[in-house]
Design a protein around this ligand. Structure first.
Ligand SMILES: [Zn+2]
Length: 271
């Protein structure tokens, strides 16, 4: 039983996806029973951002983001950007994203991804919201774009998060110096994930977040099955063991960090 355990915060999930349609109340109940305080439902295009905002409006503890994933960057036009801007004004929408660069799958052409990324960064800057970044096989370019963006910013607080961070400890240090958080997903628990484990063991605690990215990336003991927010506990316990820390401490710190990043510390959606 986990009654006295510290609350946990899933900083990145996709509960709006069809795989959760049939049993979302049960999924949320399991998460709550296991100590999950909050989860952020991440948009990937306009319809999934809309669904995320609707879920957040209906369920206590859920928040949402508005953004277009690099896979879908081809859909970004003025109308899409206007929709993101409108959704970002809703009370439980706390960030812009996920946006970024994915040169692994290149489902949208790189030039199109770059433009969509820059437009969403500009929107986040204008609205003074943090940005949720997806980067795959694009380490150096994503960093260069974010460094340039960060140089012109005077945000009070973290600039954003590299979700499912996959870089090495050097890149991790560069991002934390820039003012970004790094989020570790269930794949850090895989036996061959030595590079990720090195990052999870050494990133300064005040920059560490945890996520499930569910339904994707289940931690080791749930591999091959649908991931859900309650599974963030396994990732927290794994990281605690790596660091020689108490899992309650990691749960408490990552919860506080997520609340800080997403502006949930005060009344309303932001301080
Ligand atoms: Zn995601």
């Amino acid at each position: 039983m986990k009654r006295d355990a510290a609350p946990m915060f899933d900083s990145h999930c996709h509960l709006q996806m069809a795989t959760f349609k049939g049993d979302l109340p049960a999924v949320l109940e399991r998460a709550r029973r296991d100590g999950l305080q909050s989860a952020v439902v991440i948009g990937m295009d306009v319809p999934t951002s809309r669904q995320a905002a609707d879920l957040a409006a209906r369920h206590e503890g859920l928040y949402a983001t508005a953004g277009v994933h690099p896979h879908d960057a081809s859909c970004v036009d003025a109308e899409v950007m206007e929709s993101l801007r409108e959704m970002a004004g809703e009370p439980r929408v706390v960030a812009i994203g996920e946006t970024g660069l994915d040169f692994y799958r290149n489902l949208s052409p790189p030039a199109v991804q770059r433009r969509a990324f820059r437009e969403q960064l500009a929107l986040a800057g204008e609205l003074d919201l943090p940005v949720v970044v997806h980067s795959r096989q694009a380490d150096q370019e994503t960093f260069a774009v974010l460094r340039e963006w960060a140089a012109g910013k005077r945000r009070n607080g973290p600039l954003g998060v590299l979700h499912c961070f996959a870089g090495d400890t050097n890149l991790a240090a560069e991002y934390t110096q820039l003012g970004f958080m790094l989020s570790m997903a269930g794949n850090v628990t895989y036996p061959n994930a030595k590079r990720l484990q090195a990052v999870a063991a050494s990133v300064p605690l005040e920059h560490l977040l945890v996520e499930t990215d569910c339904p994707f990336l289940p931690p080791e003991s749930h591999r091959g099955r649908r991931c859900e927010p309650a599974h963030v506990r396994e990732t927290i316990e794994f990281i605690a063991a790596l660091r020689g820390a108490d899992s309650d401490e990691i749960a408490a710190v990552t919860t506080a960090n997520a609340r800080h990043l997403y502006g949930l510390e005060g009344q309303g959606k932001r301080d």
